[in-house]
Design a binder for this molecule. Sequence first.
Ligand code: 2HG
Ligand code: ZN
Length: 458
Amino acid sequence: MQTVDNQYFHQYLPGVEVRLDSASLETYGRDWTHLRAPAPSAVLFPRNTSQVQEIILRARQDGFALVPSGGRTGLSGGAVAADGEWVISLEKMRSLGTVNPTEACIQVEAGVITATLQQAASAAGLFYGVDFASAGSSQVGGNIATNAGGIRVLRYGLTREQVLGMTAVTGAGEVLELNHALIKNATGYDLRHLLIGSEGTLAIITAATLKLWPRPPLRDVMLLAVPDDQAIMALFASARQAMNLSAFEFFSQACVEHVCAHAGLPAPLESPTAFYALLEFDQLDETGLTEWFEQAMEAGWISDGLISQSDEQAKQMWAYRERISESIAARKPYKNDIAVRVSAVPALLAELDELVQQQYPDFEVLWYGHIGDGNLHLNVLKPDEMDLNAFKAQCEQVNELVFAVVQKHSGSISAEHGVGLLKQPWLAYSRSEAEIALMRALKQQFDPDGILNPGKLL
Ligand code: 2HG
Ligand code: ZN
């Protein structure tokens, strides 16, 4: 392997912007996990697919590992570069095509920020279905590479459901144009879907054509007090029948307290409650809504509630859910992003509750998630006085037990945050030996020298 300096890049990759200064290495070598100390050897900023291809071919030839990098908002360490890799930042590839109104789609380069895409769709009278708290900095390529989910999966599906076509460069340096934005295409293996969620281990995604939806009708948001977590799925089943839901979220009182302290918000309801459900739905007539609310009260599923009277109030109500993650970030929580089938959620909650009480008697545990998708984010907070490494070691032991419960329900150990470095040791709790062997074989085909995101996922 050669040493990398400006001279090297100038000679072999002329035209590609390169940064070698320590501030850039530090910034581009980490994501939101802060899992490992960043230590890439270079950060490269290609401007088009051909430059990505040139970089891959050069890295292959000289034996350098590559870490594809988007907005670095990931929570599993998929974009961490801590071993002398070259970070390939897609942030200079930000061209945004015009919205195609006939096909309801738009072509974007991988570095386009999610919020920019949402705005472009909205300016054309359409809607991009994927949204989450990091929309202001996450990038489309990263969203596709991790199959990002978020708050409206219930209605619009994951990022996977939005991708009509894709350009990517494999670890062997081949440029692939996948599916050409066709709606119908029954010509065998759909490699587009293989690359979605592959976390930069098979290819670097450089552009995509994304599906847009009709502009949603007027929506209301409702925040409900749920005294008992076992009522949550009965409430969901009933809400799903009574209204056209676009989100059904869940969080505990402790989450609300963190958000209020962090964001300076007032308590959302008159009195605290064990849990909250946040529902977003197409506006319903008042009689229908009142009847449903009264039924839910009578059934004992809820004890209080609030319905948005304006868009502004709806946004404020969302803040209690959307700002949980940022409100606890400084505490370096131990994160879990698990999922089971929706009908298994009550059993999962009961079993995890018992486990957490036994195993974490002294830790603060926060329950929240996209419960309408069967997805729970269990976050554990370190007591102030405890050493970080001792805390992590204890959480990892408990992880085995949490994941055994997930496995028993044939669930997922990473519902929407990806595997990256963080969940890699536990992949076998969600994927069979045969599946993992096939995944390795595919990796070998796409990336014969193992230069793409080594150590991640598999
Ligand atoms: C969310 O749903 C994000 O808020 C982050 O997926 C989850 O902080 C987490 O664990
Ligand atoms: Zn989430």
